[in-house]
Design a protein around this ligand. Structure first.
Ligand code: F6R
Length: 361
């Protein structure tokens, strides 16, 4: 049942304020400025013993894991990184008993992720799952974890589950942070930021008309560049994947800092750039990148917290705490991918050559 929407993708994008409310519900502890995650099966002493975190997933779940790794490093100061589960599995990785492994999957059935979990467990590692489908294979195989409570996602292209997974990582990072050196004041600041998300998401979604109009300008593009720095880079990667999957327009994501090391050669009027430009300590750096692109007559769409002079158009999104900004900045780009694909007459809920859950190698 699409509940009045023409596609599941549109329905699922539109459900994100409620979905985020669900992942937060019942988990926040205001007294200690932390969160309770009952299914983690990791007591405070064990949490303190974690020396490193390795996050594994595929596609969109891998990108959510990249933001998750940054949140964990920022809030808990535990070294963390994300890697595609498929790559990890085939490189005979060093499995370290002081590392906490986290498998991320919407379906909980992706073969490459499941196989990585099984290999890790065979080697005695502790593996948590960040999973949407309750009782799925990865959820059962993991030692513990947290459900992302996005609700059923039917469209092959993942949207609301991405957002909820990133919020779930925010909760995990806060929890780990508060067993370590994250102060009560910072805990409180992050909790307040998390609570603002549903309303801010609703605000972004209410500006769909503006984004729909913008999409018109991208239907003719053969290729697009998505750029961001640090917190903005995984957002750029996910937005680029979304556009590719659903519109079949080629897109590539690059760290904005790498532009002059190669991709600047591609910039010309026919190669539009989408730039993630948060109001954080990298704002001036990001602005410099916009200037470089503009000087080469590249067309720019910025997603930012205020109007960007060098951009041809800015989608202004609400500001949250710096650490949580990535959760919001990708949402208008889900709508951009959707409307671009719609105008091109694509099969939105079932893009060619793709399946919702990849249970084979
Ligand atoms: C992207 C997409 C895929 C999946 C990937 C992992 O929109 O749908 O990239 O994210 O196949 O699937 P899960 O999360 O079910 O393991």
């Amino acid at each position: 049942d699409m509940g009045g929407h023409d596609t599941y993708m549109h329905k699922e994008i539109s459900e994100q304020a409620e979905a985020v409310d669900r992942v937060l519900r019942g988990r926040i502890d205001d007294r200690f400025s932390t969160v309770h995650l009952g299914g983690l099966n990791l007591d405070a002493r064990e949490a303190r013993g974690v020396r490193r975190i390795k996050i594994l997933g595929c596609g969109t779940s891998y990108h959510a894991g990249q933001i998750g790794a940054q949140l964990i490093e920022e809030l808990a100061r535990i070294p963390a990184d994300a890697e595609p589960a498929s790559e990890f599995r085939y490189r005979n990785p060093v499995v370290d008993p002081d590392t906490l492994y986290i498998a991320v999957s919407q379906s909980g059935e992706t073969y490459d992720v499941l196989a990585a979990v099984q290999e890790l467990k065979r080697k005695g590692a502790r593996v948590l799952g960040v999973v949407n489908v309750v009782g799925s294979a990865i959820a059962r195989e993991a030692d513990g974890g947290l459900y992302v409570h996005a609700g059923p996602e039917v469209c092959v292209v993942s949207t609301k589950c991405f957002t909820n997974t990133v919020v779930a990582f925010g909760l995990l990072a806060l929890h780990l942070g508060r067993t370590r050196d994250l102060s009560v004041a910072d805990g409180r600041r992050i909790i307040a930021g998390l609570r603002r998300l549903p309303e801010q998401i609703a605000d972004i979604l209410s500006r769909e008309d503006e984004i729909e109009k913008l999409a018109e300008e991208f239907t003719g593009a053969r290729s697009m560049l998505f750029i961001g720095r640090v917190r903005g880079y995984p957002v750029a990667r996910e937005a680029s994947l979304k556009l590719k999957e659903v519109s079949y327009i080629h897109a590539e994501a690059y760290p904005a800092s790498e532009l002059k090391h190669g991709p600047l050669a591609l910039i010309e009027p026919a190669m539009p750039t989408v730039a993630i430009v948060p109001d954080d300590d990298l704002l001036e750096k990001n602005r410099a990148a916009l200037e470089e692109i503009k000087a080469r007559e590249g067309k720019i769409l910025a997603v930012a917290h205020r109007e960007q002079e060098k951009a041809d158009h800015t989608i202004v999104v609400p500001k949250n705490e710096d650490e949580l900004d990535p959760i919001l900045m990708g949402i208008p780009l889900q709508l951009l991918a959707y409307h671009t694909a719609l105008k091109l007459g694509r099969d939105i809920d079932k893009p060619r050559n793709l399946a919702k859950s990849v249970t084979v190698e």
